[in-house]
Each structure stands twice: as C-alpha cells, then as structure tokens.
Ligand binder design. Structure first.
Ligand code: PLP
Length: 346
C-alpha cells in the first residue's frame, strides 16, 4: 500500500503541479519542473539511506527482473560471479544471469523449502568472483537477511526490492543495491540502482545503452525517458518518510508490526509460519492455516473486512501479509483481531 497522504497529494496536484499549468504526466522530462522533481527525489533518497558520494543513484525502467540480466552484463567482464539461492527471487536471478557468463551457486536453501538463510560458514565463496549476488528479503517465502557474509573484498550486489527503506542499512557494505519500486517505494515502472562508482565501466559491449549503468550515471538517468510519474510518486513517498522521522523511525514501527503478527501466529495452534526465527521477514509474513480446506473461507472473510491481498504467492500457497512501510500498525491489529475471530469460529 501507499501512504494515504501521498495519494491525496498526488490527487491534489494531478491537474496542475505547483501552478505550472501541467500534470507531472504532461511534463517534458528535460524541463526545469521535472528536473527539479528528479533532483529532489534523488537528494531525499540519498538522505534516507545515507548514500555516500562514491555511489551513483540511477532511476531505470525494466524492474528488478531486467536488472537480473543487466547485473552480469555490467559487472562480469569475463569473470565468474557467486550467487546465493535463498528463495524464489534469488533463484530467478541465477536463471536470468546464467545466459551471460559463469554463475556459481555458493549456497542454497532450496532443498529445505527456503526456511532460512544458510549459515555463512557453509558458503563456498570465490575470492576471485566479480561479485556476490544476494536477495536480502525474499518476498515470497518471507526470509530476510540480518547481516552479510565476509566476502574479503568481493562486492556484494543485493536485490532489496521488497525491504528497501524498511530498516537501516550500511550502504558502504554493498557494491550495488537495486530494487523495483512497487513494493516499498511507489508505483511499478521504476527500478532504483545504487552503484559504487568503482564498478562502472566494466560493461560488456552488448549491454543496451538504457541499461548501461555508466552511460546512465553520466546522463542523469536520461539516456531514455525515465519513468517520470513513478519517480514523482516515489519522491512524495520519500518526503512522507522523512516526515515520519526517516528510516530509523519507520524501522521501529516495522519491528512492532512484525512482532505483533508473529507473536500471535506462534501462540496459536491454528496458524503456522515455518521461517527460522532469525530470518523472519519484517515485510512479508507468510502463514498457513493448519486446516487448508478453510483457506477460501479465510480469504473471503478477510476481504469482507477490508483486509485485502492476503493470498500467498502462487509458488508458496497459504497466506501472506505484506506489511510494508505504509501499512499502519492499526492494519496489523485489525488482521490479528480477524485471525483470532476466525480461529474461534472454526
Ligand atoms: C517483486 C520482486 C522482483 C520482481 O520485480 P519486477 O519489478 O517484476 O521486475 C524481484 N525481486 C524481488 C525481491 C521482488 O520482491
């Protein structure tokens, strides 16, 4: 979900942005109005995550899945890369990257149904790898990293699509951070890439110009028309987040929301979550009813109360509550109250 104040402001500014006589949708992306929106959006994003000067921030199209292919094209330069499989999205990253060079799977929790991040001591990291790829929050199975392995200088490339801005991170631990906007930032169509400048300039000549990070960094992400309306909404979300007190403040709310839901699930013998305690995602909480024949009734009753989109990912089944930044704690309280009532009724 998106914050209500953001949607209301987009509505108020829909027909005429700040007296310009235009909707943001109608602006030239190179005009002074939109260039101002882009500059402010980037500055606020950098402030929220404390992104250092050595990093470029790119506003690209194609989503995280396009980046899955563009990461090896931009970074492999004839070397191999290490990948950890911790869920459906990082597995997809391996599949997408494999066409472009040698990809080594250094850890996998696939055979144990993605219930935890494999112990770092078991990872077979290659000191000569071009990079290590991880997905730090597995959206389908609800598995989140709490720390990073020691790669001895090999840059870490992290897909943070579904938990970026939900918790404080140390950007300097990463070579590249990327994520589609539509989980925790704004509407679909925008993909953010944070890349250390030392990693620019390695791209294969086959890399499309719109996906060449160096070219885009040198052209303010404007080698093509950027997804301007999605960038504008992302900018409103960043302003909202800063008003809430930034990432540190929203992280506290996220911890409280997740605790409320997991504590209830763990105390009940009607619902279950299978993820190891230390890797339980604060953003995506998958859970199952012990009696799966009640799934349809559960979803129907939830919808009647305005508790929407609780059906689990089709690859996982069961239920999934996605409790991103914009979900207020009252939303989680309402869900728990409904789950309790449903448990009693059945
Ligand atoms: C949703 C998601 C993706 C896919 O994003 P697209 O915008 O569809 O390319 C990739 N990785 C993670 C972790 C996701 O949650």
């Amino acid at each position: 979900m998106l914050p209500k104040p953001v949607l209301a402001r987009a509505q108020a500014e829909m027909l005429d942005w700040h007296g310009s006589g235009m909707s943001v949708m109608e602006m030239s992306h190179r005009g002074k109005e939109f260039m101002g929106i882009l500059a402010k959006t980037e500055a606020d994003f950098r402030r929220l995550l404390n992104v250092g000067e050595q990093y470029k921030v790119l506003f690209l199209q194609g989503g995280a899945i396009a980046e899955n292919a563009m990461i090896p094209l931009n970074l492999l330069a004839g070397q191999s890369a290490d990948y950890a499989i911790t869920g459906g999205w990082s597995k997809r990253s391996v599949d997408d990257a494999s066409a472009y060079g040698k990809i080594k799977v250094v850890a996998s929790s696939e055979r144990t149904a993605y219930r935890q991040v494999p112990d770092f001591a078991s990872w077979t990291l290659d000191k000569k790898a071009a990079y290590l790829h991880v997905c730090t929050n597995e959206t389908m199975s609800g598995v989140e990293f709490v720390d990073m392995p020691d790669t001895q200088g090999v840059p870490i490339v992290a897909d943070m699509s579904s938990h970026i801005l939900s918790r404080q991170i140390d950007v300097s631990q990463y070579g590249v951070i990327y994520g589609g906007a539509q989980k925790n930032i704004g509407p679909a169509g925008l993909c953010l890439v944070i890349v250390h400048e030392d990693l620019l300039g390695r791209a294969s000549p086959l890399t499309p110009a719109v996906f060449n990070w160096k070219t885009q960094a040198e052209n303010q992400s404007m080698i093509n028309t950027p997804p301007s309306y999605s960038i504008y909404i992302a900018g409103l979300v960043f302003e909202w987040l800063l008003e809430q007190g930034g990432v540190a403040a929203i992280e506290k709310v996220n911890v409280a929301k997740a605790k409320l839901l997991y504590d209830y699930i763990d105390a009940s013998d009607f619902y279950v979550n299978h993820v190891a305690l230390q890797n339980r995602s604060r953003m995506n909480v998958p859970f199952f009813l012990h009696d799966e024949s009640l799934n349809a009734a559960f979803l129907q009753g939830a919808e009647a109360q305005g508790l929407l989109q609780l059906k689990g990912h089709r690859a996982v089944g069961g239920m999934r509550a996605s409790i991103y930044n914009a979900m207020p704690i009252a939303g989680v309280q309402a869900l728990v109250a409904y789950m309790q009532a449903f448990e009693h009724a059945h």
